[in-house]
Design a binder for this molecule. Structure first.
Ligand SMILES: Cc1cc2nc3c(=O)[nH]c(=O)nc-3n(C[C@H](O)[C@H](O)[C@H](O)COP(=O)(O)OP(=O)(O)OC[C@H]3O[C@@H](n4cnc5c(N)ncnc54)[C@H](O)[C@@H]3O)c2cc1C
Length: 388
């Protein structure tokens, strides 16, 4: 639980400061990167130097000591400006696993460096080709040999590995068949990517959008035993603990996207004249934008409710999941209303609508698919039978 308090004024100050920092990274900047498939290095460096990416690291470890509510506003504003917080959001929250489950030595070794931006920890390798959403079925193994673990296996869709110094890895330390509780037997490790050499092969996956995601192949990669985070076999618990914060922050990004689309759509529809009047005067154009606006504002309330509960240290699984569901759907609705309002221009790269359209669709699918979010609600909030 954070001890930080925030008022509407401090949230507004964060909003204005982030908006100001994002101003020079305009549509042309993001468009150029999108075309080249390049990483937003200058943007990420500046956001790091300004301290925004270390917002969630407690002050005693050199960070901003902010609440999840405050951090969510940072990511929202990046996306609302037309940027793409997904390029760097993980630097903000992946460290939470070390913060909550790491030893005092691990916190001292990593967190101040992450806070200063000297260490990039923005990759978390969980997903595997054979397991997909069924994380407890992962097959990558970490076998203890003396003072080291030896890792073998394959991961897929692992983002920002080439833009990280450190990566967290979820690997199997007990064979699945030997477990009575299937959520045990998995462990989290810190992998120093700089030391991995040829034992870690990184193969980029070309995606619809400019996201730097990869297939990873581990071939007898050795990790010092001291890099185990938390207890051996309890890694699934460690990652579950980080899911609520991630979902709230992702919801805020989606709301940033939704507001980008709604503002662009309302502005364009008010100015574009066809048949002798602004197209926005036609209900076929105006009402879908207004509907997306209403859904965005509703999702935003759930995002702040989830964040407030998280910050008070209360259970917030249902709220965090609902915020992610509602915000991702509102962003997609806003994206479609905006694209429709722009007619053919919606597809022209210089308007940035088609780029943001591609980017925002992902929030429905990842980091967790909305089907699984709904299954969580059905089974945990409503007590219905489990489907898996
Ligand atoms: C751009 C991008 C970046 C990513 N970055 C990372 C990363 O950094 N680290 C990482 O570990 N992973 C990452 N992922 C992986 C992402 O978390 C996975 O895509 C996700 O976990 C689902 O796995 P899958 O794609 O194999 O889908 P599958 O599990 O095969 O699911 C396919 C479809 O079936 C549905 N489905 C499956 N089971 C059920 C069920 N029981 N009930 C209803 N529907 C079901 C799903 O909802 C989905 O619609 C990333 C993915 C993308 C696309």
């Amino acid at each position: 639980m954070t001890t930080q308090t925030h008022t509407p004024d401090t949230l507004n100050d964060i909003r204005l400061a982030v908006r100001d920092a994002c101003r020079k990274y305009d549509g042309a900047y993001w468009r150029g990167l999108d075309k080249a498939g390049a990483y937003p290095e200058a943007f990420v460096r500046e956001m790091t130097e300004l301290g925004w990416l270390s917002a969630l690291i407690p002050e005693e470890h050199g960070g901003g000591g902010m609440s999840v509510t405050e951090a969510s506003v940072i990511l929202e504003e990046i996306n609302r400006s037309g940027g793409d917080a997904a390029a760097c959001h993980a630097q903000m929250y992946i460290m939470g696993v070390i913060l909550r489950h790491g030893s005092p030595e691990q916190k001292a070794r990593y967190l101040p460096g992450v806070a200063r931006g000297e260490l990039r920890l923005q990759a978390f390798a969980v997903t595997e080709p054979n397991a997909g959403s069924e994380t407890t079925r992962i097959e990558t193994t970490a076998v203890r040999k003396g003072d080291r673990y030896v890792v073998n296996g394959e991961k897929t869709f692992i983002s920002r590995v080439a833009q990280s110094d450190l990566m967290l890895l979820l690997a199997r330390t007990t064979p699945y068949d030997e477990l009575t509780n299937k959520t045990e037997g998995l462990s989290v490790f810190v992998v120093d990517i700089r030391d991995a050499g040829e034992r870690l092969r990184i193969q980029p996956i070309e995606m619809t959008f400019n996201r730097h995601t990869n297939q990873l192949f581990f071939d007898d990669l050795e990790i010092p035993a001291e890099n185990l985070v938390g207890e051996e076999g309890k890694g699934f618990r460690c990652i579950i603990d980080s899911w609520n914060a991630e979902r709230i922050l992702i919801a805020a990004e989606a709301i940033g996207d939704a507001r980008f689309f709604i503002e662009r759509a309302a502005s364009y529809a008010s100015g574009r004249v066809v048949f002798g009047r602004p197209i926005g005067a036609n209900q076929g154009v105006q009402l879908p934008i207004a509907r997306a606006y209403a859904h965005t504002e509703a999702a935003d309330l759930m995002r702040f409710e989830a964040a407030a509960k998280f910050d008070r240290g209360e259970r917030c699984g249902a709220e965090a999941n609902m915020a992610k569901l509602l915000a991702s759907e509102a962003a997609w609705e806003a994206a479609n209303a905006c694209l429709d309002a722009h007619g053919g221009y919606g597809f022209a790269r210089e308007y940035d609508i088609e780029r943001k359209f591609r980017e925002t669709r992902l929030y429905i699918t990842a980091p967790v698919n909305n089907n699984l979010v709904l299954a969580y609600l059905g089974q945990n909030a409503l007590g219905m039978p489990r489907s898996y």
